[in-house]
Design a protein around this ligand. Structure first.
Ligand SMILES: *Cc1c(COP(=O)(O)O)cnc(C)c1O
Length: 394
């Protein structure tokens, strides 16, 4: 009996375990040196000036929205096909979300879909949050230029794309165009800390703000109330701190950071293995066209997170639930990324029924197949063979 193949899972080795144990034997479980070490390595890996670690990818997006100073008079353009958190983050700060449609074959926001969304913002747009779905980069040069022309900043939701390069060969997260990029360290993502998130930026002021907001807004220098802060000799009182704006407890623990750092050291290896598996799927799936095809490719070197196949379920004469059940019966997990956000009850109630045909068409066909570095080539063969029997109705 072969083991069940989930659509994604973490790859943990003895070095990861040792890194966590080291922290447990040390003095600092949180706010210790492992955080700065992880952040320094993350900034180097993404080619960004600053990497700010936080509790999870959702907190990273929330911190980004806070650092931009977004509020109730503002709107943010978010692609309709993404995880809930991309749109929920602007809502946390009271900003409105304007959903952009996506290319039905890549699931990505495009210059055309952004243009259509910008028209619906009525001049309130302050930010654009493109998502590098499955690991492929949205066209950030064009999107960034359009955002700037509209007076908006760009934050890349790069939770799927760590370790990749965009169409111009820049590392994902290097923030050469956008103000910030956000990452998740959830176990299903390319590298994990158990839970964790990171924001990268090249802007010193934004980095300072992110660090402040992840730790309650606590300041230990540049005090506003010196009479309270300083002793008679003019030195800061050791117990004293100030808060000018309430922040959050969005810290990452040293335990998580040590795991994240150990995982980060294998990023290149993980991405290379994911890429090889993607190439194998692409080749083997050719025999199942036109009923099942890979999603379309855009320029760049993806840090693949998901392998999304586009399935013409009506052509197969089967619905998605039946195909997923047939795969599960053969020990193969699959998933759907994602139910478009404009169709979620909360957003439907807030913004009404939106016509986003690209997002709906993507959702109608998308099926994520198993993809994680510990998979063997034979695992890909097994998935495609299972799909073959489903397609041929055997
Ligand atoms: C995983 C993910 C998030 C949220 O990350 P968490 O660490 O789970 O909070 C946000 N956006 C996208 C696109 C994601 O895939």
């Amino acid at each position: 009996m072969t083991a069940f193949l989930p659509y994604g899972r973490q790859t943990i080795d003895e070095a990861d375990i040792a890194a966590v144990v080291d922290v447990l034997r040390g003095d600092w479980l949180t706010t210790g040196p492992a955080i700065e070490e992880f952040e320094a390595d993350f900034a180097a890996a993404t080619d960004a000036a600053h990497a700010v670690a936080c509790a999870n990818g959702t907190a990273a997006l929330h911190l980004a929205a806070l650092a931009l100073g977004l509020g109730p008079d503002d709107s943010v353009v978010v692609p309709a096909v993404t995880f809930l958190a991309t749109a929920n983050a602007p809502r946390y700060v009271g900003a409105e979300v304007v959903f952009a449609d996506v290319d039905p074959k890549t699931g990505l926001m495009t210059p055309d879909t952004l243009a259509a969304a910008l028209e619906r913002t009525n001049g309130t747009v302050r930010a654009v949050f493109p998502v590098h779905l499955a690991g492929q980069c949205a066209d950030i040069d064009a999107l960034g230029e359009m955002a700037a022309a509209a007076g908006a900043l760009m934050v890349e939701d790069a939770c799927h794309a760590i370790g990749g390069q965009d169409q111009a060969g820049r590392r994902v997260g290097s923030c050469k165009i956008g103000a910030m990029a956000t990452f998740s360290l959830h176990p299903v993502k390319t590298i994990t800390a158990g839970e964790g998130g990171v924001v990268t930026t090249n802007d010193d002021g934004i980095a300072t703000k992110l660090r402040l907001l992840r730790n309650h807004g606590i300041v230990r220098s540049d005090f506003r109330v010196p009479v309270e802060a300083l002793d008679s000799a003019g030195h800061p009182n050791s117990w004293y701190y100030e808060m000018s704006e309430p922040g959050f407890n969005y810290r990452l623990s040293d335990i998580h950071a040590a795991l994240g750092r150990s995982q980060l050291s294998k990023l290149g290896e993980f991405v290379a293995r994911r890429t090889a598996l993607v190439e194998r799927y692409d080749r083997l799936l050719e025999s199942l066209a036109p009923a099942i095809r890979p999603s379309s490719r855009v320029p760049g070197r993806p840090g693949w997170h998901l392998y999304v196949a586009l399935v013409d379920f009506p052509m197969l004469g089967l619905d998605r639930a039946a195909v997923m059940a047939a795969l599960r019966a053969r020990g193969i997990g699959s998933q759907v990324h994602y139910l478009p956000l404009h169709r979620q009850p909360y957003y439907r109630k807030r913004y009404g029924a939106l016509d986003l045909p690209g997002a709906d068409a993507w959702y109608d066909r998308a099926l994520s197949l198993p993809l994680f570095p510990a998979m063997a080539d034979e695992d890909v063969d097994r998935v495609v063979a299972a799909l073959e029997t489903v397609v041929s109705g055997r």
